[in-house]
Design a protein around this ligand. Structure first.
Ligand code: ARG
Ligand code: GLU
Length: 716
């Protein structure tokens, strides 16, 4: 074990980071990078970034909801994140009468701030290497399954110790470098988080899905929340008696402005990257995974867009769903292009060949061939898995049926059935509010048709084959499900649930419903024929990758191959640093690194939904009524790009300058660089941030919410 740890300590030092700016670094180990950061312009120390002895920048950063980042910007718990991160909360409070998505929302005093059931934020208290403890009792002769059990048992014990501390503390143990290392992350979670403000979507989502993932960009992608705590500043469930949380640290906001070449650093929660995968893994993504998933989503999006453009109500109902589907859909397209252009498969193959030659006769002999063979075995099952999640699991009606069925609990010992009415009620409420039958039904037809076409006969689910035969077409099958299922009829279902004689009888009846049957039959197929195989292969892959990962480090160090080593993103707190910089997306084109309000006006078009800005903004522009927010050119800055290595989950992350002050809010990457989850190209990969001065400008001039500005600390 000691030997392994030594390799990890050395790796980040010895394997020189050849490609500048690549990397998502662990804050507790940032002292290993601090000299490089300082050489690039940073003026603070490692302890200012992460410290367990004093307040540090980490105390101003939170994991927001399930997959975004947010930061504290006042001593009274005011939090900044993206508009798209607060989107489902903004939508939750919206109706045709109070359309906060369309018109924006600003609480003009604390009592107007809106609570959000289910939303929480988490502060990282500390992180530590727990590899030795997690692997206690593990011996190399154990199978991978036994190892998993050891890891789980030891991790659970650690987590219990953390929860026992109380006060909203919770822990997670995360594997780094494919389980070569384990870290404990201790969080303090706050559950009373209220909506404070959001600009209208015509600002916060300006450019919509047309501009999503694209530079030049002019999206005012921000929203504001406030964290509430009990009187002792501790986490507490929502209560009117709660008071604004007093953070240990909050960001001061720099109004000085940004220049090309300026040092920037991102502090946030990147979700998932796969920087060290084998060429076969990349080839699958490039040739099969991404193209098929893109096609399936194109079909769904066409259907949603058609109905959304016909009705304001449907537009609101499907706004969040559409954005979610469209987001990955567009990213995958950029990713495929990027991998192809970088010739990543070929580059990796060359690396693997050299590695393999070096490894001959040693500890890592054969690991390349092993991974290669496992991928070949996995491919058809992975393909079926992708189809399952992008077709069957995309049918809203059957997902809903499953969530209602989950309200029935069957006692394993006695077989007794109970029904949790509140759980069912919650499912009904959230489903019917945003469900439009014609969309779901047309998607069903389109997706089942693709499933039929692309999944080989010997991989198809028997139930699917039988139904297609019985009904002769996906259309007729859809007719049967959507007209017969009780789940498609709210009042019928409500009546049924209220009047069921016993939970057991009710459940038995609903199990025969065609929507329940659809979900259940497919899930049985997936659980019995697909998932056991994928998880067995993935377990072997995991083991092989653990060796390959360690092998790559030893190889690069001993053979002096320049390569950056940092653990793949796994929704834990990371630091990425770089500088503000334009790029050349294609021949004879160069993109400048910042955009201004002028660009908003150039795009402005009342005829195009994504580009129709509020009249207020037009008036301000006409009068150049920018207040103190104009930059040196006399325009209001909007967005900028930089070389920071980021991914999904980094949305809402603070963009910090050399002095530790907030200059922006990360929200996207450029399309040509979205392959950076797999391979980072310093020439092309750029993160997109909102300039904080645009945030201040909107709050001041469009929202007239000066009271919020007064809470913040602005520095020149
Ligand atoms: N592309 C950004 C991200 O990955 C922004 C997403 C906002 N959603 C959208 N469909 N415009 O999250
Ligand atoms: N918009 C992404 C998010 O929600 C960030 C963009 C990216 O993937 O880099 O986290």
């Amino acid at each position: 074990m000691k030997k392994i740890l030594a390799i990890f300590a050395l790796a980040s030092i010895m394997c020189i980071n050849a490609k500048a700016d690549e990397g998502m670094w662990l804050p507790s180990l940032i002292s290993q990078r601090i000299t490089d950061m300082q050489e690039k312009g940073f003026r603070l120390d490692a302890e200012d970034i992460y410290s367990i002895n004093q307040a540090s920048l980490k105390d101003a950063v939170v994991l927001f909801g399930r997959g975004c980042t947010g930061e504290l910007i006042s001593s009274e718990g005011l939090l900044l994140t993206n508009h798209h991160c607060g989107y489902s909360q903004i939508q939750y409070h919206s109706s045709v009468e109070h359309d906060y998505l369309k018109d924006g929302f600003w609480a003009m005093n604390r009592s107007e701030e809106l609570p959000n059931p289910g939303l929480s934020v988490s502060f990282l208290e500390r992180m530590e290497d727990v590899t030795d403890r997690v692997l206690e009792g593990y011996t190399p002769d154990m199978t991978e399954e036994q190892r998993v059990a050891v890891v789980k048992k030891n991790s659970d014990a650690i987590l219990e110790e953390v929860s026992a501390l109380g006060n909203g503390l919770r822990g997670t143990v995360e594997a780094l470098y494919y389980g070569n290392q384990y870290f404990l992350f201790v969080y303090r979670q706050y559950d009373d988080v209220r909506l404070v403000g959001a600009p209208p979507s015509s600002i916060g989502k300006f450019g919509g899905d047309t501009d999503n993932w694209v530079w030049p960009r002019h999206t005012g992608d921000f929203s504001m929340f406030r964290i509430y705590a009990d009187k002792n500043n501790n986490p507490a469930p929502y209560s009117q008696d709660n008071v604004p949380y007093k953070p240990k640290k909050f960001f001061h906001i720099s109004t000085k402005g940004v220049q090309e070449g300026d040092f920037t650093f991102i502090y946030g929660f990147p979700g998932r990257t796969q920087e060290y995968i084998h060429s076969e893994g990349v080839r699958y993504i490039e040739e099969l995974g991404d193209p098929h998933k893109i096609n399936l989503r194109t079909l769904r999006l066409d259907i949603m867009n058609k109905y959304q453009s016909q009705s304001q109500k449907v537009r609101i109902q499907y706004s969040s769903k559409n954005a979610t589907v469209a987001n990955a859909w567009k990213k995958w397209q950029g990713e495929v292009k990027g991998i192809k252009k970088m010739k990543t498969v070929q580059t990796k193959q060359a690396f693997e060949a050299a590695f393999d030659k070096w490894a001959a006769g040693g500890e890592f002999d054969g690991v390349i061939a092993k991974i290669d063979a496992l991928y070949k075995e996995l491919e058809p099952y992975q393909f079926a898995t992708d189809y399952y999640s992008e077709t069957v699991r995309a049918i809203e009606l059957s997902n809903f049926a499953s969530s209602v069925m989950a309200a029935y609990k069957v006692d394993k010992a006695t077989g007794e059935v109970t029904f949790e009415a509140a759980k069912a009620d919650a499912a009904l409420e959230s489903f019917y509010k945003d469900w439009y039958l014609p969309i779901d039904k047309e998607c069903f037809v389109a997706l089942m048709t693709e499933f039929d076409k692309n999944i080989p006969a010997d991989f198809k689910c028997d139930y699917f084959t039988k139904q297609m035969k019985k009904y002769s077409s996906a259309e007729k099958w859809a007719d049967a499900i959507f007209s017969k299922s009780i789940f498609a009829d709210q009042s019928k279902l409500e009546k049924f649930l209220a009047g069921q004689k016993s939970a057991a009888k009710g459940r038995a009846k609903l199990l025969q419903d065609p929507a329940t049957e659809f979900a259940a039959e497919f899930s049985r197929w997936y659980a019995s024929q697909i998932q056991p195989v994928t998880s067995a292969i993935n377990q072997d892959l995991q083991l092989a990758y653990r060796d390959y990962m360690r092998g790559q480090m030893v190889y690069c160090r001993t053979q002096r191959v320049p390569k950056a080593f940092y653990p793949d993103a796994n929704l834990t707190l990371r630091v990425a640093y770089g500088h503000i910089k334009g790029y050349q997306p294609s021949d004879a084109t160069y993109y400048l690194p910042s955009s201004t309000i002028k660009g908003i006006m150039e795009k402005d078009n009342p005829e195009i939904f994504d580009y129709n800005i509020p009249q207020r903004l037009r008036d301000i522009y006409a009068q150049k009524d920018y207040g103190r927010w104009a930059d040196a050119t006399g325009e209001v800055p909007v967005c900028f790009i930089a070389t920071n290595h980021t991914t999904g989950g980094n949305s809402g992350s603070p963009v910090i300058n050399a002095d530790g002050d907030l200059i922006g809010l990360n929200f996207d990457r450029v399309w040509e660089g979205t392959m950076s989850d797999i391979v980072f190209d310093p020439e092309i990969c750029r993160n997109i941030s909102l300039d904080v001065r645009y945030v201040l400008f909107i709050i001041d001039k469009v929202a007239d919410a000066d009271h919020l500005l007064e809470e913040m600390v602005l520095v020149e």
